[in-house]
Ligand binder design. Structure first.
Ligand code: OOG
Ligand code: NI
Length: 475
């Protein structure tokens, strides 16, 4: 094996994690099989149209993983490991209040940030850190115990961290070092066979099953690995047909006959996995834990802040209508709200500035005199929009994914003070800026608009604000 660039390391890392997770959670292999069948069938039916949001090669290899760590030190280390694979922190997700159940974590996603790298391999890992400082979940004595526990354990050894730094600094590694990096990095996310301290685990579990999964064991592990499908409704039906019960719903936008936006996800519940426990009397015995599950997703177009604001309003509107008439079917209520509010075509989405696109020039369309606006060029057909795919996550779905796998709600003392975690703090912990996802999409769109202006030989006037109630970028 010769010199391996970051994207080659990333693609191989994703393949190895996938092979490992398949041996650990065999139902994952079924999920991948059904996903592949669904994607092939979709491609046969829709041809080139099926690849508008990513080539079939990209989509077939595409996965996201989820991991959870306990402390700031651990988060900083995991960021060094992911940097070796060209994966950088994007977005800040605060899941502490995003659901009814106790989900005491704050999160970011490590992923490639530029379009070429994403096209080569878009592997991303949703990474959560336990919000130990939040006294609504953890009282002071427990905070101290947790901090001491996390200080003692070692998730990533010095050799792995050093190789990771070398790869990041050199833009890759030569063959032997690359092999070693991949071995160590993959092993760091393997489920440990070490006995779990029973009483400590159960004590944390009473607060939140997420807390025990993170702080009750001596290492971290892949919590789920998610393939991407082009038709999630077909996938859902295919899994049920194979006797694998999925959660009741597909999270995110409803199915409708307009453009797919953002992200739709569904999962099957955590399966019982045999684990060893160490009891208070020192004895070791077999038991079972249910923490790892299978998830699958379909990706749509990235929304601008204005589009996201509209999306959030539609979600609230669907909630309100359901609350007023609980007998109605959630999906059809949501579909109606979508039909009333969201443009039905990509062209209209782009003209109204609700979603991100790149543009190519159609030289056959006559141009209006300079300066023209982008919406005018799109309207006339001189600029042809191609959607930019959403590469990130949704806090409500993420909290729902956590929640659907908790056996009980745990506890949160809402009278206590919430600790202040935010994006700047997350950046400080990681030691490099957490990217704002909107800025990344905007840069990609801007670059394409500049190229469009050159190709057409026009100057494009800066966009007028089309949405009167344009909000600040909402997360
Ligand atoms: C992460 C849950 C979030 C998603 O797809 O929204 C997530 C976790 O369970 O650790 O992966
Ligand atoms: Ni996920």
């Amino acid at each position: 094996m010769g010199f391996q660039e970051l994207w080659q390391l990333r693609a191989e890392f994703a393949r190895r994690l996938s092979a490992m997770y398949g041996t650990e959670v065999p139902a994952y292999n079924t999920l991948v099989e059904v996903s592949t069948e669904v994607n092939q069938a979709h491609l046969r039916r829709h041809g080139a149209e099926a690849e508008r949001l990513g080539s079939i090669d990209r989509v077939t290899a595409e996965r996201h993983g989820a991991i959870r760590v306990g402390s700031e030190r651990e988060l900083a280390q995991v960021a060094r490991v992911f940097a070796a694979f060209g994966m950088y922190p994007v977005g800040f997700y605060d899941l502490r209040d995003a659901a009814k159940a106790a989900v005491p974590v704050v999160s970011t996603a490590f992923r490639p940030v530029n379009p070429d790298e994403l096209a080569r391999n878009p592997f991303r890992v949703f990474t959560s850190m336990l919000a130990v400082e939040d006294t609504r979940f953890f009282d002071e004595p427990l905070q101290r115990e947790l901090a001491a526990f996390f200080d003692r354990r070692e998730l990533f050894g010095p050799e792995l961290l050093e190789l990771a730094d070398q790869a990041a600094a050199g833009g890759g590694l030569d063959g032997t070092a690359a092999e070693r990096l991949l071995d160590l990095a993959t092993a760091a996310f393997e489920l440990s066979s070490e006995p779990v301290d029973h009483d400590w685990y159960r004590r944390l579990e009473a607060i939140s099953a997420v807390a025990s999964d993170i702080g009750g064991v001596g290492s971290t592990h892949i919590n789920h690995l998610t393939p991407r499908v082009l038709d999630i409704d077909a996938l859902y039906a295919g899994m049920e047909a194979r006797g694998i019960a999925m959660i009741d719903e597909i999270q995110g936008p409803p199915r409708w006959d307009g453009p797919d936006v953002l992200l739709r996800q569904t999962s099957f519940r955590a399966l019982g996995e045999e684990r060893l426990f160490r009891y208070a009397d020192g004895s070791v015995g077999k038991g079972e834990l249910r923490v790892r599950f299978g998830e699958v997703e379909a990706r749509g177009i990235a929304l601008t802040p204005a589009g996201r604001e509209l999306y959030d309003r539609m979600v609230l509107e669907a909630d309100a209508r359901l609350a007023a008439a609980p007998a109605l079917d959630r999906r059809s209520v949501a579909r109606t709200v979508w039909e009333e509010n969201l443009p039905r075509t990509e062209k209209e989405l782009s003209i109204r500035g609700l979603a991100y696109f790149t543009y190519t020039a159609n030289p056959d369309v006559p141009l209006a005199p300079d300066p023209v606006t982008l919406p005018e060029l799109i309207q006339s057909g001189a600029a042809v929009p191609a959607p930019i795919v959403y590469e990130d996550f949704l806090p409500r779905s993420a909290a729902g994914i956590f929640q659907s796998n908790l056996t009980d709600e745990g506890s949160r003392n809402d009278a206590a003070q919430a600790a202040g975690y935010d994006m700047p703090r997350m950046s400080a912990i990681i030691g490099r800026p957490v990217h704002d996802p909107y800025e990344l999409y905007q840069q990609q769109q801007d670059a394409s608009v500049r190229a469009l202006a050159d190709a057409l030989g026009v100057s494009i006037a800066p966009p007028a604000v089309t949405n009167t109630a344009a909000p600040a970028a909402g997360h």
